[in-house]
Design a protein around this ligand. Structure first.
Ligand code: FAD
Length: 297
């Protein structure tokens, strides 16, 4: 019995030696990448490779990897031609997002929140799409991008130029991968003229829980507000807050009720938790209320 349990431990241990041979494909542009993902059965996209390689060390064995690092322009961060959004290339690395002049000029809160992701080694290697598409409940990209109302532009083996709201991607993820999905860029909308946008974020309990709040204001009142709770489900829970038209001064007084109302709508967490039942819901409400008061102050 002793020998059996030892060998099963060795068999499940993460190791480079578990990585079998695979075909490495190096597309130079998105067309080539799309074609390779469509043609090669079981092919998998690889950006920075952090999650892909770790999963291969755990036993995942894709027959072919499509390495996106050499795809022209896949890491570009720029203002959209209509100047109504920032386009973030799927292959933009975390460090580039945090230090992008374009983001610092147009959506500085996003750059500042993104700067807190991981350590410098991971920020220099990991990409925006890799963070989203790893589908890990503790990762933060989907929380921040959902709060900002971002969308993802992608293609599959049978379609091109599809767009999906990041907040809805969790429901579509399985079909995205089955159809050989390739993320091309993220589109983060800018606030309309005359509106100020704030993004606040609490990651103090990550990866168990993280809470983001995005509020657009004009003339001292709320135009729209959105809260996102990450860590409890495969994909973050997003909730529009019913505070449009509320004066910022009044919002402060309503913070607790608004936060509790939002968290009540959250489905029961599906990510296993070793602590007290309902702890995450209770704390999510406290953190969200704090963020609302901070914006209203
Ligand atoms: C030590 C450590 C600390 C970390 N800390 C944090 C943290 O604090 N916060 C946080 O949010 N994250 C954290 N992470 C996670 C990190 O951000 C992700 O591992 C990283 O972003 C993955 O990016 P990648 O480019 O390496 O993805 P990859 O490993 O290349 O890909 C991941 C998945 O995305 C798919 N994919 C990638 N790009 C595309 C594309 N363009 N189209 C289709 N599919 C694609 C791949 O097929 C794969 O399924 C941490 C990771 C480590 C190892």
């Amino acid at each position: 019995m002793e020998a059996m349990s030892h060998s099963s431990y060795v068999a499940s241990h993460r190791s480079r030696s578990r990585i079998p041979d695979f075909l490495l494909l190096r597309p130079r542009d998105l067309d080539e990448a799309r074609g390779m993902l469509a043609r090669e059965p079981g092919a998998m996209a690889m950006a920075g490779g952090i999650d892909v390689v770790n999963r291969m060390k755990d036993g995942l064995a894709p027959p072919a990897l499509v390495l996106l690092g050499g795809v022209a322009d896949i890491d570009a961060i720029r203002l959209s031609p209509q100047r109504d959004a920032i386009e973030v290339g799927a292959g933009a690395r975390h460090d580039a997002v945090a230090n992008s002049d374009v983001l610092l000029a147009w959506l500085p809160d996003l750059a500042r929140c993104w700067e807190r992701i991981a350590n410098i080694r991971i920020r220099m290697q990991g990409t925006v799409a890799g963070n989203l598409l790893a589908l890990m409940s503790g990762y933060e990209g989907a929380v921040l991008l959902s709060a900002l109302g971002a969308s993802m532009l992608y293609s599959t083996r049978d379609s091109r130029g599809d767009m999906i709201a990041v907040r809805k991607f969790g429901e579509a993820a399985d079909s995205f991968f089955e159809r050989g999905g390739l993320a091309e860029k993220l589109r983060v909308p800018l606030p309309v003229a005359g509106t100020t946008r704030r993004l606040l974020y609490d990651r103090s309990l990550r990866p168990v829980l993280s809470v983001a709040l995005c509020i657009d204001c004009a003339g001292g009142a709320v135009v729209s507000a959105c809260a996102v709770i990450g860590g409890c489900h495969r994909w973050p829970f997003t909730c529009d807050l019913p505070v449009a038209g509320v004066a910022l001064s009044e919002l402060h007084a309503r913070a607790d009720d608004t936060a509790r109302g939002a968290v009540r709508q959250m489905p029961a967490p599906t990510v296993p938790w070793f602590g007290v039942a309902n702890y995450r819901e209770t704390v999510a409400s406290v953190l969200l209320s704090r963020l609302i008061r901070e914006i209203a102050a």
